[in-house]
Design a binder for this molecule. Structure first.
Ligand code: ADP
Ligand code: MG
Length: 272
């Protein structure tokens, strides 16, 4: 027993955090949307963040993606303290956010949309970029769409394009990094079969890039199929954290209310 305990301490020390926040807060006007959040995600872990609309789930992802800055507290990604927005960083961490809506650029072809990041690197030939883009599109089940514009594809196909974009970054040139993948409501509004496809795609993407992931979702199948751990966000704080198996069984009032869609419970709409 003694040895085992020591061993686990050793393992804990060895594994690195992909994300570590210390009393992270953000306020909009006078509303404190996140209130001293402490989140630790080890490299390789897969986490789901759940909570009612407006609880700040997208806000957490935007902070991790470097699109907005917290008002207070500390954020470390892959051990590095984050003090600037991503665009202002000279050596940014490899964090890839797949938005709720595919957010493709309408006037660019699918090939240009997916290869966007690689095109910035002038050392790469057009042929090389085209080959990588084709590979990533095929990886998500899209063939011969390179020359098309986003509005020529169905909504589901556009979603796949946004996943292909998450597969492709400068990562392709430097395999030593393990990226952090962020998915914001990837299956919201999809039918159950389309959801299953996207869930498979999340798992496939995760496997290919060998990274860590955070999925924000209120779809139970998505939470259960793509994540190992769950946290419940409400009122600016994490109210519950546990494994996916605990999440399925727990009688914690927050988990119970969320899982069963109950009106009664600790999570109530704000008074107006
Ligand atoms: P969720 O993704 O959980 O639905 P969000 O993170 O989008 O919630 O938003 C959390 C809260 O922060 C909401 O009350 C929202 O109105 C507010 N909020 C988000 N972004 C902004 C912003 N740019 N300016 C002002 N308020 C914002
Ligand atoms: Mg959101």
């Amino acid at each position: 027993m003694y040895l085992k305990t020591n061993f686990s301490i050793f393992i804990l020390k060895k594994s690195k955090h992909a994300v570590e926040t210390n009393n992270l807060s953000i306020s909009w006007d006078k509303q404190k949307v996140l209130n001293k959040i402490n989140l630790k995600l080890y490299e390789g872990e897969k986490l789901a963040i759940v909570g009612p609309s407006g609880s700040g789930k997208s806000t957490i992802l935007k902070i991790l993606a470097g699109l907005i800055m917290p008002t207070e507290g500390e954020l470390r990604i892959f051990g590095e303290k984050q003090t600037y927005l991503r665009l202002d960083q000279t050596n940014p961490p490899d964090v890839r956010l797949v938005f709720q809506n595919p957010a493709l650029l309408g006037s660019l072809t699918i090939e240009e949309n997916v290869g966007f990041i690689l095109q910035r690197n002038k050392n790469l030939s057009k042929k090389f970029i085209q080959a990588i883009v084709k590979e990533c599109l095929e990886e998500v089940g899209l063939f011969n769409v390179e020359r098309k514009l986003p509005n020529e594809l169905s909504g589901g196909m556009q979603k796949r394009v946004s996943f292909a974009r998450a597969l492709i970054t400068e990562q392709d040139l430097d395999k030593k990094n393990k990226p952090l993948l962020l998915f914001d409501e990837p299956t919201a509004g999809l039918d159950p079969i389309a959801s299953s496809r996207i869930e498979d795609l999340i798992n496939k993407t995760n496997k290919k890039v060998n990274g860590s992931s955070i999925v924000v979702s209120h779809v139970l199948s998505t939470i259960e199929r793509t994540s190992e751990k769950v946290v419940v966000l409400y009122g600016g704080k994490f109210r519950w954290a546990g494994s996916i198996d605990e999440f399925k069984k727990s009688n914690d009032p927050y988990v119970f209310q969320f899982r069963n869609g109950k009106l009664e419970g600790p999570m109530q709409p704000k008074e107006i």
